[in-house]
Ligand binder design. Structure first.
Ligand code: SF4
Length: 433
Protein backbone atom coordinates (compact mmCIF):
# COMPACT_ATOMS: atom_id res chain seq x y z
CA UNK A 1 0.00 0.00 0.00
CA UNK A 2 1.43 3.38 -0.89
CA UNK A 3 1.80 6.14 1.66
CA UNK A 4 -0.92 8.19 0.03
CA UNK A 5 -3.69 5.69 0.81
CA UNK A 6 -3.45 6.35 4.54
CA UNK A 7 -6.13 8.95 4.01
CA UNK A 8 -9.49 8.55 2.36
CA UNK A 9 -8.50 11.17 -0.18
CA UNK A 10 -5.42 9.11 -0.98
CA UNK A 11 -7.47 5.94 -1.36
CA UNK A 12 -10.00 7.57 -3.68
CA UNK A 13 -7.32 9.22 -5.80
CA UNK A 14 -5.33 6.02 -6.01
CA UNK A 15 -8.32 3.99 -7.20
CA UNK A 16 -9.30 6.65 -9.73
CA UNK A 17 -5.84 6.45 -11.27
CA UNK A 18 -5.54 2.64 -11.04
CA UNK A 19 -8.91 2.02 -12.68
CA UNK A 20 -9.12 4.59 -15.48
CA UNK A 21 -11.81 2.46 -17.17
CA UNK A 22 -14.16 3.32 -14.30
CA UNK A 23 -15.20 6.99 -14.34
CA UNK A 24 -14.20 9.03 -11.28
CA UNK A 25 -17.88 9.87 -10.79
CA UNK A 26 -18.60 6.20 -10.09
CA UNK A 27 -15.63 5.74 -7.74
CA UNK A 28 -16.77 8.68 -5.68
CA UNK A 29 -20.43 7.65 -5.75
CA UNK A 30 -19.61 4.16 -4.47
CA UNK A 31 -17.53 5.60 -1.64
CA UNK A 32 -20.31 7.97 -0.66
CA UNK A 33 -22.83 5.13 -0.65
CA UNK A 34 -20.72 2.80 1.49
CA UNK A 35 -19.56 5.55 3.88
CA UNK A 36 -22.42 8.00 4.14
CA UNK A 37 -22.28 11.77 4.33
CA UNK A 38 -22.20 14.32 7.15
CA UNK A 39 -24.33 17.42 6.67
CA UNK A 40 -23.83 20.87 8.06
CA UNK A 41 -27.04 22.06 9.70
CA UNK A 42 -27.30 24.71 7.00
CA UNK A 43 -27.35 21.98 4.33
CA UNK A 44 -30.37 20.17 5.78
CA UNK A 45 -33.91 20.62 4.49
CA UNK A 46 -36.88 22.31 6.08
CA UNK A 47 -38.73 19.03 5.81
CA UNK A 48 -41.96 19.41 3.86
CA UNK A 49 -42.05 23.17 4.42
CA UNK A 50 -39.04 24.10 2.35
CA UNK A 51 -37.89 24.14 -1.24
CA UNK A 52 -35.77 20.97 -1.11
CA UNK A 53 -37.07 17.42 -1.31
CA UNK A 54 -36.40 15.66 2.02
CA UNK A 55 -35.25 12.11 2.61
CA UNK A 56 -38.37 9.94 2.74
CA UNK A 57 -36.95 6.78 4.33
CA UNK A 58 -38.56 4.89 1.51
CA UNK A 59 -37.84 1.37 2.83
CA UNK A 60 -34.70 0.80 4.89
CA UNK A 61 -33.02 3.49 6.96
CA UNK A 62 -30.03 3.68 4.60
CA UNK A 63 -28.17 5.61 7.30
CA UNK A 64 -24.87 4.60 8.90
CA UNK A 65 -26.14 5.70 12.32
CA UNK A 66 -29.49 5.20 14.08
CA UNK A 67 -32.00 8.05 14.03
CA UNK A 68 -31.18 8.88 17.67
CA UNK A 69 -27.56 9.65 16.71
CA UNK A 70 -28.19 11.79 13.65
CA UNK A 71 -28.19 15.09 15.55
CA UNK A 72 -29.92 17.89 13.68
CA UNK A 73 -30.52 15.55 10.71
CA UNK A 74 -33.06 13.66 12.81
CA UNK A 75 -35.33 16.69 13.29
CA UNK A 76 -34.55 18.40 10.03
CA UNK A 77 -34.27 15.78 7.34
CA UNK A 78 -31.39 15.69 4.89
CA UNK A 79 -32.24 15.77 1.18
CA UNK A 80 -33.37 12.55 -0.53
CA UNK A 81 -30.47 12.69 -2.97
CA UNK A 82 -27.70 15.01 -4.06
CA UNK A 83 -26.39 15.79 -7.54
CA UNK A 84 -22.64 16.31 -7.84
CA UNK A 85 -20.92 18.31 -10.57
CA UNK A 86 -17.57 20.01 -11.24
CA UNK A 87 -14.74 20.02 -8.72
CA UNK A 88 -11.16 18.90 -9.40
CA UNK A 89 -12.37 15.88 -11.43
CA UNK A 90 -14.84 18.00 -13.41
CA UNK A 91 -17.60 15.60 -12.53
CA UNK A 92 -20.51 15.17 -14.86
CA UNK A 93 -23.85 15.23 -13.04
CA UNK A 94 -23.93 12.29 -10.65
CA UNK A 95 -26.98 11.49 -8.54
CA UNK A 96 -26.27 9.92 -5.16
CA UNK A 97 -28.79 8.64 -2.65
CA UNK A 98 -28.27 10.23 0.77
CA UNK A 99 -27.06 7.98 3.57
CA UNK A 100 -26.39 9.98 6.70
CA UNK A 101 -23.27 9.47 8.78
CA UNK A 102 -22.30 12.32 11.12
CA UNK A 103 -18.76 10.88 11.43
CA UNK A 104 -18.17 10.55 7.68
CA UNK A 105 -15.07 12.20 6.15
CA UNK A 106 -17.45 13.45 3.44
CA UNK A 107 -19.36 16.60 4.33
CA UNK A 108 -21.92 18.76 2.57
CA UNK A 109 -21.61 22.40 3.62
CA UNK A 110 -23.01 25.73 2.56
CA UNK A 111 -20.31 27.90 1.00
CA UNK A 112 -20.86 31.36 -0.48
CA UNK A 113 -24.56 30.73 -0.96
CA UNK A 114 -24.00 27.40 -2.75
CA UNK A 115 -23.41 23.88 -1.48
CA UNK A 116 -20.16 21.99 -1.61
CA UNK A 117 -19.11 18.38 -0.99
CA UNK A 118 -15.73 18.06 0.68
CA UNK A 119 -13.58 15.12 1.67
CA UNK A 120 -11.31 15.57 4.67
CA UNK A 121 -11.74 19.31 4.26
CA UNK A 122 -10.88 19.48 0.54
CA UNK A 123 -13.54 20.55 -1.93
CA UNK A 124 -14.65 17.77 -4.26
CA UNK A 125 -17.81 18.86 -6.03
CA UNK A 126 -20.61 21.35 -6.26
CA UNK A 127 -23.84 20.00 -4.82
CA UNK A 128 -27.33 20.54 -6.20
CA UNK A 129 -30.30 19.45 -4.13
CA UNK A 130 -33.51 17.99 -5.52
CA UNK A 131 -36.26 20.59 -5.69
CA UNK A 132 -39.42 19.95 -3.70
CA UNK A 133 -41.85 18.38 -6.16
CA UNK A 134 -45.19 20.11 -6.35
CA UNK A 135 -47.00 16.86 -5.51
CA UNK A 136 -45.25 16.72 -2.09
CA UNK A 137 -46.98 19.98 -1.17
CA UNK A 138 -50.42 18.34 -1.23
CA UNK A 139 -51.82 15.92 1.31
CA UNK A 140 -54.30 13.09 1.08
CA UNK A 141 -57.83 13.73 2.32
CA UNK A 142 -56.97 11.86 5.55
CA UNK A 143 -54.00 14.21 6.12
CA UNK A 144 -51.28 11.71 5.18
CA UNK A 145 -48.41 13.01 3.11
CA UNK A 146 -47.43 11.97 -0.40
CA UNK A 147 -43.84 11.66 0.86
CA UNK A 148 -44.83 8.90 3.28
CA UNK A 149 -47.36 7.21 1.01
CA UNK A 150 -45.73 7.38 -2.42
CA UNK A 151 -42.24 8.92 -2.22
CA UNK A 152 -40.23 9.37 -5.38
CA UNK A 153 -36.53 8.64 -5.74
CA UNK A 154 -33.98 8.50 -8.57
CA UNK A 155 -34.38 12.23 -9.11
CA UNK A 156 -38.14 11.76 -9.47
CA UNK A 157 -38.03 8.84 -11.93
CA UNK A 158 -39.36 6.13 -9.62
CA UNK A 159 -42.37 6.13 -7.29
CA UNK A 160 -41.39 3.87 -4.43
CA UNK A 161 -44.38 2.12 -2.90
CA UNK A 162 -43.28 0.25 0.20
CA UNK A 163 -46.79 -0.94 0.92
CA UNK A 164 -45.69 -3.31 3.67
CA UNK A 165 -43.19 -1.72 6.05
CA UNK A 166 -42.37 -4.98 7.82
CA UNK A 167 -40.92 -8.31 6.80
CA UNK A 168 -42.35 -11.60 8.00
CA UNK A 169 -38.86 -13.05 8.05
CA UNK A 170 -38.35 -12.23 11.66
CA UNK A 171 -35.41 -12.29 14.06
CA UNK A 172 -31.80 -13.38 13.67
CA UNK A 173 -32.64 -16.76 12.16
CA UNK A 174 -34.72 -15.33 9.33
CA UNK A 175 -34.01 -11.65 8.63
CA UNK A 176 -31.36 -10.96 6.02
CA UNK A 177 -28.18 -10.00 7.85
CA UNK A 178 -27.88 -6.63 6.08
CA UNK A 179 -31.51 -5.55 6.32
CA UNK A 180 -33.00 -3.11 8.84
CA UNK A 181 -36.57 -2.99 7.52
CA UNK A 182 -38.08 -4.18 10.81
CA UNK A 183 -35.77 -2.07 12.94
CA UNK A 184 -36.40 0.98 10.77
CA UNK A 185 -40.13 0.56 11.28
CA UNK A 186 -39.61 0.46 15.04
CA UNK A 187 -37.30 3.51 15.15
CA UNK A 188 -39.66 5.67 13.13
CA UNK A 189 -42.61 4.62 15.27
CA UNK A 190 -40.61 5.35 18.42
CA UNK A 191 -39.75 8.81 17.10
CA UNK A 192 -43.45 9.47 16.52
CA UNK A 193 -43.08 9.76 12.76
CA UNK A 194 -45.96 8.78 10.51
CA UNK A 195 -44.95 5.39 9.19
CA UNK A 196 -47.71 3.12 7.97
CA UNK A 197 -47.20 -0.66 8.36
CA UNK A 198 -49.64 -1.67 5.60
CA UNK A 199 -50.63 1.09 3.20
CA UNK A 200 -54.30 1.11 2.26
CA UNK A 201 -54.87 0.75 -1.48
CA UNK A 202 -57.06 3.88 -1.49
CA UNK A 203 -54.22 5.94 0.05
CA UNK A 204 -51.83 4.76 -2.63
CA UNK A 205 -54.30 5.63 -5.38
CA UNK A 206 -54.97 9.06 -3.91
CA UNK A 207 -51.24 9.79 -3.64
CA UNK A 208 -50.73 8.66 -7.22
CA UNK A 209 -53.54 10.94 -8.33
CA UNK A 210 -51.69 13.87 -6.78
CA UNK A 211 -48.46 12.80 -8.46
CA UNK A 212 -50.21 12.34 -11.79
CA UNK A 213 -51.83 15.75 -11.54
CA UNK A 214 -48.74 17.71 -10.48
CA UNK A 215 -45.92 15.72 -12.07
CA UNK A 216 -43.60 17.72 -14.31
CA UNK A 217 -42.99 14.66 -16.46
CA UNK A 218 -40.28 13.12 -14.28
CA UNK A 219 -42.04 10.00 -12.99
CA UNK A 220 -41.77 6.94 -15.22
CA UNK A 221 -42.15 3.87 -13.04
CA UNK A 222 -43.45 2.59 -9.73
CA UNK A 223 -42.10 -0.17 -7.55
CA UNK A 224 -44.36 -2.17 -5.26
CA UNK A 225 -42.39 -3.61 -2.42
CA UNK A 226 -42.03 -4.34 1.26
CA UNK A 227 -41.16 -7.31 3.37
CA UNK A 228 -41.65 -10.94 2.49
CA UNK A 229 -45.04 -12.43 3.25
CA UNK A 230 -44.70 -15.97 4.57
CA UNK A 231 -48.27 -16.29 5.83
CA UNK A 232 -50.79 -13.64 4.84
CA UNK A 233 -51.40 -9.90 5.15
CA UNK A 234 -55.00 -8.72 5.15
CA UNK A 235 -55.86 -12.36 4.48
CA UNK A 236 -53.85 -12.36 1.26
CA UNK A 237 -50.78 -14.34 0.26
CA UNK A 238 -47.82 -12.47 -1.19
CA UNK A 239 -48.75 -12.50 -4.90
CA UNK A 240 -52.27 -11.31 -4.20
CA UNK A 241 -51.22 -8.86 -1.49
CA UNK A 242 -48.78 -6.97 -3.74
CA UNK A 243 -50.80 -7.75 -6.84
CA UNK A 244 -53.92 -6.00 -5.60
CA UNK A 245 -52.08 -2.67 -5.63
CA UNK A 246 -50.88 -3.23 -9.19
CA UNK A 247 -54.38 -4.17 -10.25
CA UNK A 248 -55.87 -1.03 -8.71
CA UNK A 249 -53.15 1.20 -10.14
CA UNK A 250 -53.44 -0.25 -13.63
CA UNK A 251 -57.23 0.03 -13.56
CA UNK A 252 -57.06 3.66 -12.52
CA UNK A 253 -53.97 4.69 -14.58
CA UNK A 254 -53.61 2.14 -17.37
CA UNK A 255 -50.03 2.05 -18.64
CA UNK A 256 -49.20 5.42 -17.04
CA UNK A 257 -46.03 4.06 -15.38
CA UNK A 258 -43.85 0.96 -15.74
CA UNK A 259 -45.07 -1.36 -12.97
CA UNK A 260 -42.43 -3.25 -10.99
CA UNK A 261 -42.60 -5.51 -7.97
CA UNK A 262 -39.89 -6.61 -5.55
CA UNK A 263 -40.98 -9.82 -3.87
CA UNK A 264 -39.82 -13.29 -2.98
CA UNK A 265 -39.05 -15.66 -5.85
CA UNK A 266 -42.54 -17.15 -5.98
CA UNK A 267 -43.76 -20.26 -7.79
CA UNK A 268 -44.45 -19.81 -11.48
CA UNK A 269 -48.21 -19.55 -11.06
CA UNK A 270 -47.75 -16.65 -8.63
CA UNK A 271 -45.33 -14.89 -10.97
CA UNK A 272 -48.02 -15.25 -13.63
CA UNK A 273 -50.47 -13.58 -11.26
CA UNK A 274 -48.14 -10.60 -10.89
CA UNK A 275 -48.06 -10.34 -14.65
CA UNK A 276 -51.84 -10.64 -14.89
CA UNK A 277 -52.24 -7.90 -12.28
CA UNK A 278 -50.30 -5.56 -14.58
CA UNK A 279 -46.70 -5.81 -13.38
CA UNK A 280 -44.12 -5.70 -16.14
CA UNK A 281 -40.81 -5.98 -14.25
CA UNK A 282 -40.14 -8.52 -11.50
CA UNK A 283 -37.31 -8.28 -8.96
CA UNK A 284 -36.93 -11.60 -7.10
CA UNK A 285 -33.75 -10.49 -5.33
CA UNK A 286 -31.14 -13.18 -4.68
CA UNK A 287 -29.00 -10.86 -2.47
CA UNK A 288 -25.74 -12.84 -2.64
CA UNK A 289 -24.61 -15.55 -5.06
CA UNK A 290 -22.36 -17.87 -3.05
CA UNK A 291 -24.20 -20.93 -1.70
CA UNK A 292 -22.73 -20.86 1.81
CA UNK A 293 -23.11 -17.11 2.15
CA UNK A 294 -26.69 -17.16 0.90
CA UNK A 295 -27.75 -19.55 3.66
CA UNK A 296 -25.93 -17.48 6.31
CA UNK A 297 -26.82 -13.99 5.07
CA UNK A 298 -30.38 -14.65 3.89
CA UNK A 299 -31.48 -17.43 6.24
CA UNK A 300 -35.18 -16.68 5.73
CA UNK A 301 -34.87 -17.08 1.97
CA UNK A 302 -32.97 -20.31 2.52
CA UNK A 303 -35.55 -21.58 5.00
CA UNK A 304 -38.73 -20.69 3.14
CA UNK A 305 -37.60 -21.24 -0.44
CA UNK A 306 -33.99 -22.46 -0.65
CA UNK A 307 -31.25 -21.15 -2.90
CA UNK A 308 -31.58 -23.57 -5.81
CA UNK A 309 -35.34 -23.21 -5.87
CA UNK A 310 -34.97 -19.41 -5.66
CA UNK A 311 -32.76 -19.46 -8.74
CA UNK A 312 -35.06 -21.89 -10.57
CA UNK A 313 -37.99 -19.58 -9.93
CA UNK A 314 -36.05 -16.60 -11.31
CA UNK A 315 -35.61 -18.51 -14.55
CA UNK A 316 -39.25 -19.65 -14.53
CA UNK A 317 -40.31 -16.02 -14.17
CA UNK A 318 -38.21 -15.18 -17.23
CA UNK A 319 -40.58 -17.32 -19.28
CA UNK A 320 -43.50 -15.22 -18.10
CA UNK A 321 -42.11 -11.69 -18.14
CA UNK A 322 -39.41 -12.15 -20.77
CA UNK A 323 -35.83 -12.53 -19.51
CA UNK A 324 -34.92 -8.85 -19.68
CA UNK A 325 -37.86 -7.97 -17.44
CA UNK A 326 -36.71 -10.19 -14.59
CA UNK A 327 -34.10 -8.17 -12.74
CA UNK A 328 -33.00 -9.76 -9.46
CA UNK A 329 -30.98 -7.56 -7.15
CA UNK A 330 -27.95 -8.47 -5.10
CA UNK A 331 -26.41 -6.41 -2.32
CA UNK A 332 -22.90 -5.56 -3.45
CA UNK A 333 -20.37 -5.90 -0.67
CA UNK A 334 -22.04 -8.28 1.77
CA UNK A 335 -20.02 -11.18 0.35
CA UNK A 336 -16.98 -9.59 2.04
CA UNK A 337 -18.67 -8.97 5.39
CA UNK A 338 -17.18 -10.49 8.51
CA UNK A 339 -17.53 -13.02 10.03
CA UNK A 340 -18.76 -15.17 7.13
CA UNK A 341 -17.55 -13.38 4.02
CA UNK A 342 -14.72 -13.98 1.60
CA UNK A 343 -11.22 -13.09 2.75
CA UNK A 344 -10.19 -11.39 -0.47
CA UNK A 345 -11.63 -9.06 -3.05
CA UNK A 346 -10.55 -11.49 -5.79
CA UNK A 347 -12.65 -14.30 -4.32
CA UNK A 348 -15.65 -12.02 -3.88
CA UNK A 349 -15.50 -10.75 -7.46
CA UNK A 350 -15.02 -14.26 -8.85
CA UNK A 351 -18.05 -15.54 -6.99
CA UNK A 352 -20.25 -12.61 -7.89
CA UNK A 353 -19.28 -12.83 -11.56
CA UNK A 354 -20.23 -16.52 -11.55
CA UNK A 355 -23.70 -15.45 -10.49
CA UNK A 356 -23.82 -12.74 -13.14
CA UNK A 357 -22.84 -15.17 -15.88
CA UNK A 358 -25.28 -17.79 -14.63
CA UNK A 359 -28.19 -15.39 -15.07
CA UNK A 360 -26.93 -13.27 -17.93
CA UNK A 361 -26.19 -16.32 -20.10
CA UNK A 362 -29.91 -17.02 -19.77
CA UNK A 363 -30.88 -13.47 -20.67
CA UNK A 364 -31.69 -12.38 -17.12
CA UNK A 365 -29.83 -9.22 -16.06
CA UNK A 366 -29.25 -8.86 -12.32
CA UNK A 367 -28.55 -5.45 -10.88
CA UNK A 368 -27.09 -4.39 -7.56
CA UNK A 369 -27.38 -1.87 -4.80
CA UNK A 370 -24.32 -0.80 -2.83
CA UNK A 371 -24.40 -2.22 0.67
CA UNK A 372 -25.08 0.35 3.38
CA UNK A 373 -23.77 -1.04 6.68
CA UNK A 374 -26.70 -0.01 8.82
CA UNK A 375 -25.62 -0.23 12.47
CA UNK A 376 -28.64 -2.11 13.80
CA UNK A 377 -28.14 -5.05 11.43
CA UNK A 378 -25.79 -7.93 12.32
CA UNK A 379 -23.55 -7.32 9.31
CA UNK A 380 -23.53 -3.53 9.73
CA UNK A 381 -22.68 -3.86 13.42
CA UNK A 382 -19.69 -6.13 12.63
CA UNK A 383 -18.57 -4.17 9.57
CA UNK A 384 -19.18 -0.47 10.19
CA UNK A 385 -16.93 0.48 7.27
CA UNK A 386 -18.76 -1.74 4.79
CA UNK A 387 -16.82 -3.45 2.01
CA UNK A 388 -13.52 -2.14 0.60
CA UNK A 389 -13.92 0.60 -1.99
CA UNK A 390 -11.69 -1.33 -4.38
CA UNK A 391 -14.22 -4.16 -4.41
CA UNK A 392 -16.98 -1.77 -5.45
CA UNK A 393 -14.83 -0.24 -8.18
CA UNK A 394 -13.82 -3.62 -9.57
CA UNK A 395 -17.41 -4.85 -9.46
CA UNK A 396 -18.52 -2.00 -11.71
CA UNK A 397 -15.99 -3.05 -14.30
CA UNK A 398 -16.82 -6.75 -13.91
CA UNK A 399 -20.53 -6.03 -14.26
CA UNK A 400 -20.06 -4.02 -17.44
CA UNK A 401 -17.81 -6.75 -18.87
CA UNK A 402 -20.34 -9.47 -18.02
CA UNK A 403 -23.14 -7.55 -19.69
CA UNK A 404 -21.06 -7.19 -22.88
CA UNK A 405 -19.80 -10.78 -22.78
CA UNK A 406 -23.38 -11.99 -22.70
CA UNK A 407 -24.55 -9.59 -25.39
CA UNK A 408 -27.11 -7.84 -23.18
CA UNK A 409 -28.41 -4.30 -23.00
CA UNK A 410 -28.74 -2.25 -19.80
CA UNK A 411 -31.85 -3.43 -17.94
CA UNK A 412 -35.12 -1.62 -18.70
CA UNK A 413 -36.91 0.62 -16.22
CA UNK A 414 -33.94 2.66 -14.99
CA UNK A 415 -33.89 5.53 -17.43
CA UNK A 416 -30.91 6.42 -19.55
CA UNK A 417 -27.54 4.82 -18.76
CA UNK A 418 -24.21 6.62 -18.78
CA UNK A 419 -22.18 9.09 -16.76
CA UNK A 420 -23.97 12.39 -16.48
CA UNK A 421 -27.30 10.82 -17.42
CA UNK A 422 -28.03 7.97 -14.97
CA UNK A 423 -30.54 8.58 -12.19
CA UNK A 424 -30.31 5.27 -10.33
CA UNK A 425 -29.02 6.51 -7.00
CA UNK A 426 -28.16 3.50 -4.81
CA UNK A 427 -25.35 2.13 -6.94
CA UNK A 428 -23.36 3.32 -9.95
CA UNK A 429 -24.18 0.36 -12.16
CA UNK A 430 -26.16 2.58 -14.57
CA UNK A 431 -23.53 5.33 -14.48
CA UNK A 432 -20.86 3.04 -15.95
CA UNK A 433 -22.90 1.51 -18.80
S1 SF4 B 1 -36.51 -10.49 2.57
FE1 SF4 B 1 -34.61 -9.91 3.58
S2 SF4 B 1 -34.02 -7.97 2.57
FE2 SF4 B 1 -36.16 -8.32 2.09
S3 SF4 B 1 -37.28 -7.20 3.66
FE3 SF4 B 1 -37.10 -9.32 4.38
S4 SF4 B 1 -35.27 -9.35 5.68
FE4 SF4 B 1 -35.21 -7.47 4.42
Amino acid sequence: MSATVDTRTGLVEELISRYPQVPPEAVLKEDLLRTGIAFDDAALTNNLDGTVKPKSYFIFSFDQKPLTELGAAAAQRPPEEIALTGGPHELRRTIVSVRVNPTSPYRVSRVDGGLCLSLEGRDLAEVTLPPMPEYYRHTLSNGKTVMETAPTIEWGYLIYLTVLRLCQYFGAHEECGFCDINHNWRQHKRAGRPYTGVKPVEDVLEALELIDRHDDGSTHAYTLTGGSVTSTVDGLEEADFYGRYAQAIEERFPGRWIGKVVAQALPKADAQRFKDYGISIYHPNYEVWDKRLFSLISPGKERYVGREEWHRRILDAAEIFGPSNVIPNFVAGVELAKPFGFETIDEAITSTVQGLDYFMSRGVTPRFTTWCPEPTTPLGRDNPDGAPLEYHVRLLEAYRDALRRNGLEPPPGYGEPGVGKAVFSVSSFMDVL
